[in-house]
Design a protein around this ligand. Structure first.
Ligand code: MN
Length: 129
């Protein structure tokens, strides 16, 4: 057993090349090695979101606070609440971020997974238009 303490880790600003708006990412690397699991606590300001992207393996999102907007390409924008879990399969193009009315924090758990980034999420896409 190993306990990763959040207080021992330092948040860093999200890469503006792959995020819209302000977000702070706390990397929790090598949560496990077999399979390889990496976790990221991401705190988004209102309207902040990732760019479109896909993972080569499973990603789970656990909403820790606020309301999380999430969308799989070709499907409507959905809203996940605190305690909800979003399961994103390998290869699914998607994005995730905060709703317009407040900040949001989620834990992203990537299992044996690398990320490929695509374009930014436009305002109409964010709004679900
Ligand atoms: Mn993702």
């Amino acid at each position: 057993m190993r306990l990763l303490r959040l207080g021992d880790l330092r948040p860093a600003p999200a890469d503006p090349a792959t995020f819209t708006g302000a977000a702070q990412v706390t990397r929790m690397p090598a949560v496990a090695e077999e399979p390889a699991v990496n976790a990221y606590r991401v705190a988004f300001e209102p309207r902040a979101r990732t760019a479109w992207h896909a993972h080569s393996g499973l990603q789970l999102l656990v909403v820790l606070s606020g309301r999380c907007r999430v969308q799989r390409e070709g499907e409507p924008v959905q809203v996940a609440a605190v305690g909800d879990v979003v399961s994103i399969a390998a290869g699914e193009r998607h994005w995730h971020g905060a709703g317009p009315d407040g900040p949001m924090v989620h834990l992203a758990i990537n299992v044996d997974s690398a990320t490929t980034w695509f374009g930014k999420v436009s305002e109409p896409e964010y709004e679900g238009d």
